[in-house]
Design a protein around this ligand. Structure first.
Ligand code: NAP
Length: 293
């Protein structure tokens, strides 16, 4: 079994991004910069934001964290985003999700200028990814998975790819990535899928992004397949596990991602890639190689 080591691959990408930023600075260009908006005090969100900030600093991206109270109004949050849209020194804007329930997340995402939308969630960027028209931003988790597969020379060309989970941040954009780059045959499963096993057991590449420990058991995977586990679940004993029963699945498949240490680090590194991609476009450079599907 091949362990798809996101920690190691992300380290290699981080090294190359660091060198790239050093080159820009030698040319007298300013550092790329990323603004992260955190609304409220959600502990998990705080951890994610801290990780993003640490990774940014490691490569030389200037990271600005804007902490806003959970009581902030929709209008004030949108105003803050507009201020960042108009600030020429900011390349990427990220609003950490989830937002408090009184805020309309869709409206907030649409307030971000598409060419600063580092998460690739704006409908304009989703549309570009879906149609191949224009230069869009690929959401970080699907981009990270794609980079991980490329690193291990796993191609999906013409293969049967099954994605479990159809969220806007993982499942749906992941399906578009496989359709666009690899011309794979893609199936997307969700809560209403009638017989999940009948789909997953046919998958040459299985991507699982649901948030349910042990949803995918040994009998549900195809022998010799590639399994990408996106799920992050904290058990009662504090242990972090994915959605796949890793211990029982691992010796049946060709390759699998661990949790933690698989998709997570690749998601963070993709945020850096997307920030650099936006920075490059702003400076009239060609798109970033790692950001192109
Ligand atoms: P989400 O928005 O809650 O979406 C979950 C998806 O799973 C939905 O499409 C839902 O179907 C589907 N689903 C729920 N129960 C199912 C079942 N029994 N069988 C099949 N599909 C089912 O979650 P998300 O934001 O995509 O995140 C999914 C998981 O990935 C979470 O554990 C999250 O923490 C993790 N995550 C990890 C990373 C990373 O970097 N490693 C990044 C993002 C997310 P419906 O559409 O029908 O509701």
């Amino acid at each position: 079994m091949l362990l798809l080591d996101g920690r190691e691959v992300s380290k290699q990408i981080i090294m190359s991004l660091k060198e790239e930023i050093e080159e820009y600075q030698k040319k007298g260009l300013r550092k790329p910069s990323l603004a992260v908006i955190l609304v409220g005090e959600d502990p998990a969100s705080k951890i994610y934001v801290r990780r993003k900030r640490e990774a940014s600093e490691k490569v030389g991206i200037n990271s600005i964290c804007i902490n806003l109270p959970s009581s902030i109004s929709q209008e004030d949050l949108v105003q803050e985003i507009k201020r960042l849209n108009d600030d020429d020194s900011i390349d990427g804007i990220l609003v950490q999700l989830p937002l408090p329930t009184h805020i309309d997340t869709g409206e907030v995402i649409q307030a971000i200028k598409p060419d600063k939308d580092v998460d690739g969630f704006h409908p304009e960027n989703v549309g570009r990814l879906a149609t191949g028209i224009g230069r869009g931003i690929v959401p970080c988790t699907p981009l990270g998975i794609w980079l991980l597969l490329k690193h291990y020379k796993i191609d999906a060309f013409g293969k049967d790819v099954v994605i479990v989970g159809a969220s806007n941040i993982v499942g749906k954009p992941m399906s578009l990535v496989f359709l666009k780059d690899e011309r794979a045959t893609v199936t997307v499963c969700h809560k209403n899928t009638r017989d999940l096993k009948s789909h997953t057991s046919q998958a040459d590449i299985l991507v699982v992004a649901v948030g349910k420990p042990k949803l995918i058991t040994r009998d549900m995977v195809k022998e010799g397949s590639v399994v990408i586990d996106v799920g992050i679940n904290r058990l009662e004993n504090g242990k972090i596990v994915g959605d796949v029963d890793f211990e029982n699945v691992k010796d049946k498949v060709y390759a699998i991602t661990p949790v933690p240490g698989g998709v997570g680090p690749m998601t963070v590194v993709s945020l850096l890639v997307n920030t650099l991609h936006l920075y490059r476009l702003k400076h009239g450079f060609p798109p970033h190689l790692f950001a192109q599907i």
